[in-house]
Design a protein around this ligand. Structure first.
Ligand code: ZN
Ligand code: ZN
Length: 123
């Protein structure tokens, strides 16, 4: 048997730049569930905080403490809009402050919670 000769390069883990890279960094792409560990170093980077924290939907199937989890959850108040997708300023929305809700919804040009404000790219 000489069929084990094909030992060429196996570039499985290759990640290009751009969107693919971001998805992998956020743990929503090719990364497995094991990558959603809370103490992973990637969660401490500015890039993650700015573009992934409370933006990428959580994929954990078991119940856990949302406040300790860096991902977004259905109905969670801390959920952020992606600053790259939605153009909003690092200014607190008046409607949100007054009424706790905003008629402009996701298309509102102002920050809807402290996380959107704190982790805004302009800050
Ligand atoms: Zn979670
Ligand atoms: Zn608003």
């Amino acid at each position: 048997m000489t069929e084990g000769t094909e030992s060429g390069p196996v570039n499985v883990g290759q990640v290009g730049d751009g969107e693919e890279w971001e998805a992998a960094m956020c743990g929503s792409g090719a990364a497995g569930e094991a990558d959603q560990q809370l103490d992973a170093p990637v969660y401490r980077t500015d890039e993650f905080r700015m573009y992934c924290f409370k933006i990428v939907p959580c994929r954990k199937k078991f119940s856990h403490d949302w406040t300790q989890c860096p991902f977004a959850h259905p109905g969670e108040k801390a959920r952020r809009r992606d600053p790259q997708q939605y153009k909003y300023a690092a200014i607190a929305c008046i409607d949100m402050k007054k009424n706790g809700t905003c008629p402009r919804g996701d298309s509102c040009p102002y920050a809807h919670n402290v996380f959107e404000y704190w982790m805004h790219p302009t800050r």
